[in-house]
Design a protein around this ligand. Structure first.
Ligand SMILES: [Zn+2]
Length: 341
């Protein structure tokens, strides 16, 4: 896998390719955009381009050097991420730590990186540091990294990969060249889903439509929950302003556990998209089989109302995913704000 194989992200990749072609690569890059759209893949591609002996400034993706970059064991490519991310990815076990694995990238990790970058590269011309989940750097870590960005060691390229650039210091952001990644087109997500998950065409299309353009989201969506889709949508559409017990009952039902709640919110997010499409009268429905219900729903609420519900859904989903707060309470709050206003 080299940079040219990252799909659906021309806007982010073209400037990188141009920088590589000019052999004048900026010393720090910010790869920003939603989760699961190829930022990390592109970061690997850039690291390969900077270290590949076969295709310098391109990366062949196939030589021993490129393969070791992809497998995270090239001596000139350093990966940095929070300890709990290492655990989540199965790259470390909880027992590897004497403490609870940290969710932050800590200053000690930045200092270690700086010590490594102070030395010459071992094999390649460049040393590359990939800071994944860069927004997890806590304030002391960010301040420490700033020094490296201000006075970069020779032949060093840092790549900060993040879905939340706002959590980085403005002084860090301003010193980085930016590569802006966007949501992937649904047909591409469907194609990539099918390459990895044994699902029918229609299911892949549905997962893609519900993924918000994120491959990782599409790959983790619950296929069984798709079967519940129609029931969830019908229950949601049956909610009315005058029946608070109805909202609370549905919150209880959908808030049974995190997976159920997340799947239900994905269904409803796609549904609100369909309602908005029905209001405009143009566009493709995710739930093509529920077109009549979408038209009926579109007549019951204003476009601004649909937009507001979508925002509330998104907030609830984020809160539940971030694991702060009881799931059912988040859903209750969401329904109350949707239907009592
Ligand atoms: Zn190579």
């Amino acid at each position: 896998m080299s940079l040219s194989q990252v799909e659906g992200q021309a806007r982010a990749i073209e400037p990188l390719k141009r920088a590589l072609a000019s052999k004048a690569v900026h010393h720090a890059w910010l790869f920003q955009g939603p989760d699961g759209v190829g930022k990390e893949l592109a970061a690997v591609g850039l690291a390969q381009a900077l270290t590949c002996p076969e295709a310098p400034f391109e990366g062949c993706g196939a030589c021993s050097s490129c393969l070791r970059v992809a497998k995270r064991n090239h001596p000139d490519v350093t990966w940095l991420m929070p300890e709990d991310e290492l655990v989540n990815r199965g790259l470390a076990g909880r027992s590897d730590f004497t403490h609870v694995p940290s969710r932050d990238i800590r200053i000690e990790q930045i200092r270690k990186l700086q010590e490594r970058l102070a030395f010459r590269s071992l094999e390649a011309r460049y040393k590359v540091a990939l800071i994944v989940t860069a927004h997890a750097m806590n304030p002391p870590a960010q301040n420490a990294l700033l020094k490296t960005l201000e006075e970069p060691p020779k032949d060093t390229v840092l790549v900060l990969v993040t879905s939340a650039p706002d959590k980085l210091l403005p002084t860090i952001r301003s010193r980085c060249a930016k590569a802006q990644f966007g949501p992937l087109p649904a047909p591409l997500v469907a194609k990539l889903v099918q390459a990895r998950r044994k699902v029918a065409d229609a299911t892949a299309a549905q997962l893609a439509a519900m993924s918000g353009g994120s491959l990782s989201r599409a790959l983790t969506l619950d296929v069984d929950a798709l079967a519940e889709r129609k029931a969830i949508i019908e229950k949601f559409e049956a909610l009315v302003r005058t029946d608070a017990r109805g909202w609370l009952h549905l919150a209880e039902e959908l808030g049974e556990d995190r997976a159920t709640a997340e799947a239900a919110l994905d269904v409803l997010q796609a549904w609100l998209h369909d309602v908005a499409v029905a209001q405009v009268g143009a566009g493709e429905l995710v739930n093509g089989d529920l077109a009549a219900l979408a038209t009926a729903a579109a007549a019951k609420v204003t476009p601004a109302g649909v937009q507001r519900r979508a925002v509330l859904l998104d907030e609830a989903r984020n809160a539940i995913t971030a694991r702060n707060g009881a799931i059912r309470l988040q859903l209750e709050r969401m329904f109350i704000e949707m239907f009592s206003a």
